[in-house]
Design a protein around this ligand. Sequence first.
Ligand SMILES: [Cu+2]
Length: 351
Amino acid sequence: MRQVSNGRSKPGFLFALTAILIAGSAAKTAQAKEWQAIAGGESPDRGSQALAFLPNEVWIHAGDSIRWTFPTHERHTLTFLKPGQIRPPGFGPIFDVPVGCPGITPDGSSFDGSTCVTSGILRLNDNTKSTENAPTYSVGFPAVGNFKFVDLLHADMSGVVHVLNLSETLPHDQDFYDRQAQGEQALLLGDTSRLEGRGTPGDNGGAQSNDVAVGIGEVVTTGAGLQTASLMRFVRGTIVVRVGDTVQWTSLDPSINHTVTFGVEPADPRPPSANVVPVSDGSAARQAVIGSTEDSVNSGFLSPAPQDRANLAQSSPGVTRFRVTFTSPGTFDYFCAIHDDLGMKGTVIVH
Ligand SMILES: [Cu+2]
C-alpha cells in the first residue's frame, strides 16, 4: 500500500503542497501498485459459469494498474470503451474473429478514457485443466476518473474502476478483493444448480414433457455492474421420444447465445441452416425435420431479446425456441456450436 496517509491529518496549504510533491516523487520512484483481479469462474465440469469480473468494483490510485487473470474455458474479453462509444459486436463478418474496439491493444496498455483498450479473447486452452497457465492482461490507469469495463462477448458482465488521487486513502486492500472475488464466484456458481430446476418439467417453469432447456441464466448486480450465473447445459441432456414426435428447445438464458446443432458444425453458427424454417403458426420459433442420423441441422443463434433502454429503439422479441420433428428411429446426438467445448451436448433417442 502507498504511504501517503500521514499527510492527511495535518491541515494547511503548505503541508498539502508538500504531500502532493511527496506523492509525485513516490509515483516517479515506481511505487505504483499492480492490483490483481479475475475475469470469469467455472465449475470443474465447466457447466456452471460465473460470467463476471471478480470483483467488479475496484478503487486504485492514479498510476496503478490492474492485472486480470482469465481462468476459464469460456471466452472473455476485458474491454474499456471510450465514454459513449458504440459497443462493437463480439465477432466480425467471419465468426470467431473478434472485432475489437477496433483491434486489440497489447498487454500493459493504459486507459484514461481517450482511447479504447481491449484484451481480445482470452481463455484456458481446451486441454488445460490447471489454471496455472491462465492468460492474463494488465491495464494501467494514469488519470483520475471512474472507468467502466465490459466483456464484449457477454452483455451482462461489467464493472467499474475508481481511480483516485494519490492523496486519497483507498478503501480496500488486495486481501479484501481476493476474498470478495472468491465469495462472489461461489455465489454465482452455486446459483446455477438452483436454476437447473427451472428447466425441469413439472415445476413452476412450466416445461412440457418434450421440452429441453438450452442453458439457464440469471443476472445479478453488485452495485457497480452486472454479473451473470449461467448453466451451459441442455437441461435433460438425454430425452426419449417416439417417431413423429416434436422436441422443443427453449433458451432460458437472459443474454447468452446458444445453438442446437445436429451433424456437422457449421463455420458460422449464427444463421440457421437452409433446412430450418420459421414455425408455421407464426410464433417466434424455428423448426426442422430430421429423418436420419446423417442429417446436419443448425438452429442458428437462439437469443433472448436484449434489454430495452429508454430513448433507444426497442429491441425485437428475439428467437428463443427451436423445434425438431423426428421421422425415423435412432440416436441423435447434438451440441451447442458455441459451448460444445464446455461439454454442452445432448442426445435425442427416438423409438
Ligand atoms: Cu451454448
